[in-house]
Design a protein around this ligand. Structure first.
Ligand SMILES: [Ca+2]
Ligand SMILES: [Ca+2]
Length: 471
């Protein structure tokens, strides 16, 4: 009897230790989303005045994708696609006015999927579009019960500060200013990076999926004044993709999206340089906040078994094609920063990890992240999702990869398709554009009416999304 009791106890200890070993062996995930960060960052060769030392440093220890595209050029549908694994044309979530849980009431989002497979999932800051979606997380800062992802943030008392209101159409947050506050007094992303850093540095008994949502450079471009200092107003230059007569060769549907009231108003108010300065300062601030998180990881016991993914939900126009803001089919708005770092020896599907400083020019989509992360963490593939694991590219960024990226505009019939060499745009009503990225990375010359491109246009038409979900 005593022998049996000892035997049972031994079995229990053995099975417990096996369970602990098998869970602690799984890699952790640090999932960093930056809001409205376009391709101006240093490691993508963007705006010559951008300062992104920490992003560039992360790229030098990661694999950087130079042709990663968003599933939609707006916060709500882009983030919903990443976290659900479903493109807008599948889910029916096309624009910011649609509520996630009205469109996808039962979707098991990425953090919940990780939780359901033995992970502790937590987040801070903006990961979904202005909601936390409490059932998707084990923990959140601020507390998930309030369903508000933003911690306290300093705002000037008198607003607008810099850009007068042009009319009721103007988004209340379109404004910029250097604030006379410290990072800590500013709060916001500083508090998010503080909480994420604390989670990274404490012991964990289960693997973690930790999501860090950095809100800048989303508007308003209010950040502490020290982030404005490297960008004196008299030195400010437009983005490298700006060209004055660029809209002339767009079809009518393209012209309607391109020139918007914002850019005209900003130019009229002589605030263009100030706006660019505010965006550069906000990028520099967000880079510093990402740096705080990465420093915390560097000093944490989890450094060597944590996968890092950094992505932006979509890009931004600051005058390119006469446009200010987002919601467009062009590359400055649809191409996004994406980097993935996998340390060696932690992912069964990628034993060597990613090669530091490697670069992949193949076309990928943010919707691929769901399948990629479950693959890297040896979780069962989620059935029925869009996208595919990028692990083969993480292993060898040069391999053939013919998977065009679909970026959906605000409805089923308007979209852009990106390959490594070309981009095709289709608008509801039938207008089209075509660009050769090899010779024309800023999409200045629309080739849709060029008779020599007829066969290529036809090939792209065949790639139109099929069986699209209604809006
Ligand atoms: Ca956004
Ligand atoms: Ca043009």
């Amino acid at each position: 009897m005593r022998f049996l009791a000892v035997f049972v106890l031994l079995l229990a200890v053995l099975s417990l230790s096996t369970a602990v070993a098998s869970t602690t062996q799984k890699p952790n995930v640090l999932f960093i989303a930056v809001d409205d960060l376009n391709d101006w960052i240093g490691c993508l060769g963007g705006h010559p005045q951008t300062k992104t030392p920490h992003l560039d440093n992360l790229a030098s220890s990661s694999l950087l994708f130079t042709n990663a595209y968003t599933a939609a050029p707006a916060c709500g549908p882009s983030r919903a696609a990443v976290l659900s694994g479903h493109l807008p044309s599948r889910s029916g979530l096309y624009d910011n006015r649609q509520k996630l849980r009205e469109v996808m009431p039962d979707a098991e989002l990425l953090p919940r999927y990780f939780s359901n497979h033995g992970y502790w999932s937590a987040g801070s800051g903006k990961i979904l579009h202005y909601v936390i979606d409490p059932p998707s997380w084990d923990d959140y800062f601020p507390a998930k019960e309030n369903d508000n992802p933003f911690p306290r943030t300093f705002y000037p008392k008198q607003r607008p500060v810099s850009l007068p209101v042009g009319g009721p159409w103007q988004y209340v947050e379109t404004d910029w200013a250097a604030l006379d506050v410290s990072d800590e007094e500013f709060g916001g992303d500083w508090l998010v990076s503080q909480w994420i850093g604390e989670q990274l540095q404490r012991p964990h008994t289960t693997p973690f999926f930790l999501a860090c949502g950095i809100y800048r450079p989303h508007e308003p471009w209010f950040v502490p004044k020290k982030y404005f200092e490297p960008f004196p107003l008299e030195t400010i230059q437009p983005g490298p993709g700006y060209k004055t007569d660029d809209v002339d060769d767009l079809p009518a549907a393209g012209k309607r999206i391109a020139r918007n009231r914002y850019f005209a108003h900003i130019q009229e108010q002589q605030q263009w340089k100030q706006g660019i300065q505010g965006y550069l300062a906000s990028i520099y601030f967000s880079d510093a906040m990402v740096g705080r998180v990465l420093d915390a990881l560097e000093k944490s016991p989890h450094r060597d078994n944590t996968i890092v993914v950094l992505w932006s939900d979509h890009g931004w126009h600051l005058g390119e094609k006469g446009h200010w803001q987002k919601f467009t089919p062009w590359r400055v708005c649809d191409r996004v920063p994406l980097m993935i770092r996998v340390p060696a020896g932690i992912a069964t599907s990628l034993p060597e990890g990613t090669k530091p400083g490697s670069v992949c020019h193949q076309t990928v989509s943010l919707v691929d992240l769901f399948a990629t992360l479950t693959d890297l963490c040896s979780l069962p593939p989620k059935p029925g999702i869009d996208g595919r694991s990028l692990t083969p590219l993480l292993e060898n960024p040069q391999i053939a990869w013919d998977h065009p990226a679909l970026t959906q505009l605000s409805g089923p019939e308007s979209y852009a398709i990106s390959t490594r060499e070309y981009r095709y745009i289709h608008y509801r009503g039938g207008d089209e554009e075509l660009y050769n990225l090899t010779t024309d990375p800023y999409e200045w010359t629309n080739l849709a009416d060029d008779p020599t491109q007829a066969a290529r246009l036809e090939t792209f038409r065949q790639l139109a999304p099929q069986a699209v979900a209604p809006r």
